[in-house]
Design a protein. Structure first.
Length: 755
């Protein structure tokens, strides 16, 4: 084989030596810098020289234009293609996917007067992927460009510039340029794709994000002899997939010149998906085909990344389907991708074996062991109790729920109202009445003792639920998050005296779906029991002393839960908290409320351990290096948390340890912790895109993009502690950092200094 890259067959080289994909080098550069040194020959298994086949056709560039119902755009598209100024021959393959408007007639008009147009007029709709694949099979050119029927080119020299670039850079298997993205409805200002500050045009970057717009690309067409037999035209997004298949065998070239327009409009493929959920619902199979197909490409080097992305896509889809109770559709997709479905449901937090054979079997797999006890606490709520109970009984669930009514010796007609409900729902409602008024805490305690379901919800007798799917959504949220002990929803405050509703002010600032102990302590965001649902283990973790503390209520209860479990927030408004003069809290004067808050804060200082964000104490973190630079020569690592010198609070009785580590020669890394109890190991099990980008920008080529992040929690059982963090690749452990965590109390220090 000669050194002339114009004779180099990158496709054969990639198939023969898949390690090229993990090197960060194009096949051509890999051969020149590594392949020759390894003694790799220039002949395939049949002793044929590795050369590209010559083509007798006089078509240099094939242009594919797929179109469907583009009557308002197709003329501008075709005019922009046919006006190209070039010194070579090109063909335009226009494939109309059985448009119901006048698109096909317009294309036929153009084809009649320009012999460069090969018009494919379909008699039935076959979908965009299959439409493109059939057109691609007909391409005669060595190079291939694309312009869909609702886009257009803006530079008459586009094709010539791209072809000249490809000929001058034989290591490139594709090249592209920025495009102007316009929004036909004027909803957004035009923008560039990729943005001007995007500088990473590597295969690894393309795997994480499609920065190449379809009508900007020119391929050194990999499939001049036809698409491979296993090519799947149903893959979505097909353009990104084709970009990656070409980036596998060469470099990505970039011409910094805007030469086309990409339209965003109501008839576009992505616009008609109607939001994220409907997009996933419509294209989920194509997306899963995309990730599963690519997981087997590139010598398997990026398998972990693609499988992780497939699980993420399936998770988004499954969550939307479960929220809408569309079990049959979900089961059908799961049957098509059974191993991926099981992996996804496990990643979502569901436990046990899953049966996808029918909607009912899937429901049973998810909810088979689920049940909820709804505890209704009431005292003289005769005027509101009926609305409360009806809102609970109105729940639509795929699991059983029961109601436990705890009546604290009401003196109004509460008993009569409850008896009426019990007579119609004797198997669902348990009525616990009392001969004396014991107070809210004892009423709560006996109801909890009566409960036996794995989940417990509350609805106080003067409140009510708005959504019939409250229990369903909240149970699903806890099932998907096994570390969570409770979830609470956004609610409305009803000011009965003024007949006015308003949102809960503290909840308006919540960002995301997870809140911390400190969030709840600083701001009364969990509002009241009626918006909360708990895992039984979380309720049982509330210590017995809670029920003995005068004035204790849902705030302190939830802090006990948050001290041991994750707490989740559902931003949907699903309940109403009534504010009225007889309420156990709202009926108090402002002075009495402030007195109780101060008393509760004093109580919490004695109840909760140090550094929980109560009473001013926090962790002082000192991180010291153990290993020398020589010891860590084969590793690159960073500790995100705990960060040296920055204080932090204990969450759920644990210190957060987060960071990443990679082996610079691509070996899988295992993490290790050394504490007073010995050495334990942990996997590095999630992807870090920020790490990937950093390595690319630094020019490192040996780094392989496997999972490199770690996120662990180390129990903080004593007032002071220390641990060592290290890594290995299967042999000796390299100890890296020593972390010393001690309690500091600025408030106490100031007091001691003043004394």
């Amino acid at each position: 084989m000669t050194d002339g890259l114009d004779e180099f067959d990158a496709q054969w080289y990639v198939r023969a030596y898949p390690d090229v994909n993990g090197s960060g080098l194009s096949p051509q550069k890999h051969y020149q810098t590594i392949g020759k040194a390894l003694g790799r020959s220039g002949f395939d298994s049949n002793d044929r020289p590795i050369t590209k086949p010559s083509r007798a056709d006089d078509v240099t560039v094939s242009i594919i234009c797929v179109t469907f119902n583009h009557e308002y755009f197709i003329r501008e598209c075709l005019d922009s293609i046919l006006s190209q100024k070039v010194d070579f021959n090109f063909e335009v393959i226009v494939a109309d996917d059985c448009s119901s408007d006048s698109t096909a007639d317009i294309v036929a008009e153009y084809a009649a007067r320009d012999r460069r147009i090969n018009f494919i007029r379909r008699e039935q709709n076959i979908g965009p992927g299959r439409n493109f694949a059939d057109a691609a099979e007909r391409a005669k050119g060595e190079f291939l460009a694309i312009c869909e029927g609702d886009d257009y080119w803006t530079d008459i020299h586009k094709l010539q510039l791209q072809l000249d670039y490809m000929r001058a850079n034989p290591v490139c298997s594709l090249c592209f340029h920025p495009v102007k993205v316009v929004f036909d409805d004027g909803s957004f200002e035009p923008k560039l794709h990729p943005p001007e500050d995007w500088k990473d045009f590597s295969l690894r970057a393309l795997i994480h994000k499609n920065f190449i717009q379809t009508n900007s690309v020119m391929y050194r067409w990999r499939y001049t002899d036809g698409l491979p037999e296993d090519y799947n035209p149903d893959i979505v997004p097909g353009d990104w997939h084709m970009h990656l298949l070409h980036a596998e065998i060469g470099e990505i070239g970039f011409i910094d010149r805007v030469m086309s327009v990409y339209r965003r409009h109501a008839a576009g493929m992505w616009a008609t998906s109607d939001g994220a959920f409907n997009h996933h619902r419509k294209y989920i199979r194509g997306e899963l085909f995309f990730f599963t197909d690519l997981s087997e490409q590139f010598g398997g080097f990026y398998r972990d990344v693609f499988i992780k992305n497939a699980v993420n896509a399936f998770t988004d889809y499954a969550e939307g389907m479960l929220d809408r109770r569309l079990y049959e559709e979900l089961a059908a997709v799961a049957r098509d991708f059974p191993s991926l479905a099981r992996r996804t449901f496990a990643a979502m937090g569901f436990k046990g074996e899953f049966d996808f054979s029918s909607a009912e079997s899937l429901k049973h797999s998810i909810f088979g062991s689920c049940a909820v006890d709804v505890i209704v606490l009431t005292y003289n709520h005769g005027s509101s109790l009926e609305q409360c109970l009806r809102s609970v009984l109105n729940q639509t669930c795929d699991f059983p729920f029961s109601i436990i009514i705890g009546d604290d010796n009401s003196q109004d007609d509460t008993s009569r109202i409850v008896s009426g409900f019990v007579s119609t729902e004797p198997d669902r409602i348990t009525y616990l009445s009392s001969g004396r008024n014991d107070g809210m805490l004892k009423n709560l305690s006996r109801c909890v003792e009566e409960s036996s379901a794995p989940f417990i919800a509350f609805c106080e007798g003067d409140d009510y639920w708005l959504s019939p799917f409250k229990l369903q959504q909240q149970v699903l949220q806890l099932l998907r998050n096994p570390r969570a002990g409770m979830t609470f929803n956004r609610l409305l405050l009803e000011h009965v005296e003024f007949g006015r509703f308003e949102p809960h002010e503290g909840q308006t600032d919540i960002e995301g779906s997870k809140v911390s102990f400190n969030d709840i302590y600083q701001n009364y965001i969990t509002a009241n029991f009626s918006c909360c649902l708990y895992r039984r283990e979380a309720v049982e973790a509330v210590p017995a002393i809670f029920y003995e503390i005068p004035g204790a209520a849902d705030w302190l209860f939830n802090l006990f839960v948050a001290d041991k479990f994750d707490v989740l927030f559902d931003a949907n408004i699903m309940s109403v908290y009534r504010i009225h003069e007889k309420g156990s809290w709202s009926g108090l004067s402002l002075q009495e409320r402030m007195r109780r808050i101060r008393q509760a804060q004093q109580t919490m200082r004695s109840l909760f351990g140090p550094a929980r964000g109560v009473g001013g104490s926090r962790l002082k973190i000192d991180v010291n290096d153990i290993a020398s630079s020589e010891d860590m020569a084969d590793f690159s690592a960073f500790l995100d948390l705990p960060f040296n010198g920055k204080p932090q609070y204990v969450e759920q009785g644990a210190v957060k340890i987060e960071g990443w580590c990679v082996h610079l020669y691509g070996k899988q890394v295992l993490g290790h912790l050394k504490t007073k109890d010995g050495i334990s190991s942990f996997p590095l099990d999630y992807s870090r895109l920020d790490v990937t980008q950093m390595f690319e920008e630094s020019g490192e080529t040996a780094y392989r993009d496997h999972l490199c992040g770690f996120d662990i929690r180390l129990p903080f059982a004593e007032v002071s502690m220390s641990f060592e963090l290290g890594f290995s690749t299967g042999g000796d452990i390299t100890w890296w950092k020593n972390v010393i965590a001690t309690i500091e109390d600025p408030e106490l220090d100031r007091k001691l200094n003043n004394d």
